[in-house]
Design a protein around this ligand. Sequence first.
Ligand code: ATP
Length: 307
Amino acid sequence: MSSVATRGPAVRVRAPGKVNLSLHVGSPGPDGYHPLITVFQAVSLYEDVTVTAADELTLSVTGHGAELVPLDGTNLALRAAHALAERAGVDRGADIEIVKGVPVAGGMAGGSADAAATLVALDALWGTGLTRDELTDLAAGLGSDVPFALHGHTAVGTGRGTALTPAMVRGEFHWAFALRAEGLSTPDVFRRFDERAGGLAHELDVETDTDVMAALRAGDPARLGQALSNDLQDAAVDLAPDLAGTLDAATSAGALGVVVSGSGPTVAALARSHQHALAIAAAMTAEDACEQAVCASGPVAGARIVP
Ligand code: ATP
């Protein structure tokens, strides 16, 4: 008689990375956190998370940049699993398998997408039956970008970025993303932002968001390109000076607008069409302006079970 190894039931969830169309950063409050006003857009670079019933919690990571991802208790997917188990009073395990499609430490919230996907997957696997609001609440405790990875589409984030209001959007926007071999640490970028401010209070300046929202409503990529902004961009360029060349190359390649995504170092170039995005990506790669360039579109849905 031959024995066949069987595995328990499995659930697979896909969650998107994001680009910040605008990112306004205020001076840190007494708790050390910087207040934010940002417009997020979820784009079609995905993290795939599969959870399989098991006695213990285990984690494996493959895909782009997997060797850079911690496998210990600091991994956001494991933190999400522990948080859900505690909230739901569950004493069960799971094998968590992550396939990365979002650049690691790239300012596109790949780790947050893993956390959001893990919450949705384990909620289904363990039958914890939390409501969307309860999952969002757990997500907010895990990190600034995690609620948006659950939500997806396009939304305005305020506070720490966790209070979300959906934005009205017509049509699809096409992006070329220039990836950098070495990532940037988000806390380092915020520290540099504070150094640049030199102790002066930095008010949240939201004027450009009127333009971002109007461009989204109209489905007008040329207008959106003009309105892209990021208060962290100069700090990111200070820490990774080669980004100045990447930003220039994307502009020379005909992008409608160019911005560092989140805390960087990924550079987002907005295109007229998918073909145009491919042309911008090819030009940036040919000029050695980045390690690799990938194309994606948005908005797309947040963390969802793959049937
Ligand atoms: P942030 O959301 O803080 O802006 P980011 O988008 O720049 O981050 P991520 O890929 O999400 O970059 O991860 C940032 C850091 O978080 C990584 O360098 C890594 O040390 C840690 N990390 C923890 N869990 C994960 C995970 N599941 N995937 C990737 N990185 C993770």
